[in-house]
Design a binder for this molecule. Structure first.
Ligand SMILES: [Zn+2]
Length: 443
């Protein structure tokens, strides 16, 4: 079954003092209640809505039809009474059946139905079983969630057992949100209703352009359009980010997710792939950003001058990534550098990673971008845990955050046209989000 898609716009407000939006939200909420009231009322009595004023209001708001609950949907839920049981540690299906008032002989007959039901002997804590019974307490159906998209359905029709794997209907809701960074990206993102996993997704999309450790400033803003997955009215998880804007120190970066044949990646509005040959910050920023303090931020140049590199102060154990694809040309220990790794890349570029607590790669080993090559430490001449990172082009130290990097592939021809058609409404949505957030800020 194909996932059903519908669009629902939900705004997460960042600041509480923007009353006009709260009011607007309330108005929509009120109108939704009216729709329910009228549709139910009309259904019950077979009459047209008595109040034309309310009706006009609904039309103006153009709520999608399928968001209005139908009487049928409500009834289905009332009849479909499932008892849900989450497997606890040490629990077996025997004990679950006993608790449900079902016989062990029924369980054994179920296990014998087919290969799928035989698998029920290997259940794990946290898994879910659902039971539907008749008024006498006899089993009608049992469901076992295999994963978020499939379940095993066991039917008992007058003592005849059958079992089959069924697909759950996954509803993908398109959501939008925006935020302003006041103290940390993580805090702003949480206020915007985003999970930590989504923040990492957002950071990974822009990780080639923005150094999320050193470049983030108070007042930076983000807007995104993303998926939320639901099944049977229950929130499953966040899905993909479809489009996003990140405004970093006044510079606007935008990315749109695009799939076309073998292509599946994030692209800038002009069709350039967001992925580049080098990551801006070669370490997992989530270890650092959680303790981000804008007052401690210094202009990076001041740090670069003394020693030809960038120091990323980070907790011991923060994963250090290979900034780009390449070959390890040195993985060693010295009194000055401590545990260190040098990587040789294309275009006569070398990257160097010093003071690691532990190295995970050997000399001569090929590494790919984003691969963990070691962990932040304070070995060698280091006063505290930090990554000393150097970027060398043709033997000359360069600032990896400003050096122009090798160009990457761009979309061309017909694919570019398809992408631009796909991107246009997304970009409109993002710029609307951006102007709303600006308006709210000025208020
Ligand atoms: Zn240093």
């Amino acid at each position: 079954m194909m996932p059903l898609r519908f669009v629902q716009k939900i705004r997460h407000r960042i600041d509480d003092d923007h009353h006009w939006l709260s009011r607007q939200k309330l108005a929509v909420f009120g109108a939704t209640l009216i729709v329910i009231g009228i549709s139910m009322g009309a259904f019950e009595s077979g009459q047209t809505p008595p109040d034309n004023t309310n009706y006009t209001e609904i039309v103006e708001l153009t709520l999608p039809d399928r968001l209005a609950p139908s009487r049928g949907a409500v009834d289905d839920r009332a009849v479909d009474q499932w008892d849900s049981v989450v497997v606890r540690s040490g629990q077996t299906l025997d004990t679950i059946f006993q608790q449900q008032g079902l016989s062990i002989s029924l369980l054994h007959r179920i296990l014998a139905v087919n290969k799928d039901t035989q698998g029920l002997t290997k259940i794990r804590p946290g898994e879910t079983f659902e039971f539907r019974k008749d008024p006498n307490g006899d089993l009608l159906q049992m469901r076992y969630l295999l994963d978020e998209a499939r379940y095993l359905l066991v039917r008992n029709e007058n003592g005849v057992l059958s079992a089959e794997i069924q697909h759950r209907q996954i509803i993908v809701e398109i959501n939008e949100t925006e935020g302003v960074i006041n103290s940390s990206l993580f805090l702003a993102a949480r206020k915007a209703g985003l999970s930590d996993a989504m923040i990492m997704k957002l950071a990974n999309i822009f990780g080639w352009d923005i150094d999320f450790v050193l470049d983030i400033r108070q007042g930076d803003r983000f807007m995104l359009v993303y998926e939320r997955l639901f099944s049977e009215g229950e929130f499953l998880r966040d899905g993909n980010i479809l489009a996003a804007t990140f405004i970093n120190q006044g510079e606007r970066f935008q990315a749109i997710y695009f799939e076309d044949g073998e292509v599946s990646a994030y692209f800038a509005p002009d069709g350039r792939n967001m992925r580049k040959a080098f990551l801006r910050a070669p370490l997992n920023f989530s270890y650092i950003s959680s303790s981000f303090n804008p007052r401690r931020m210094h202009p990076v140049l001041k740090r670069i001058l003394p020693h030809n590199g960038i120091d990323y102060h980070a907790p011991r154990g923060t994963p250090v990534y290979a900034a780009g694809d390449g070959t390890v040309i040195r993985s060693d220990y010295s009194r000055a550098n401590g545990h260190h790794v040098f990587i040789k890349h294309a275009n006569s570029i070398q990257t160097k990673y010093l003071h690691l607590t532990r190295r995970l790669v050997k000399m001569g080993q090929r590494v790919s971008q984003g691969q963990t090559i070691g962990y932040v430490g304070s070995t060698g001449l280091a006063t505290g845990p930090h990554l000393h990172y150097e970027f060398v082009v043709n033997g000359v130290h360069r600032n990896p955050r400003t050096v122009s990097l090798p160009k990457v592939e761009s979309l061309k021809g017909a694919t570019l046209k398809t992408f631009q058609t796909h991107a246009a409404p997304m970009l409109t949505q993002l710029s609307r989000l951006e102007s709303t957030s600006l308006y709210a800020k000025r208020e």
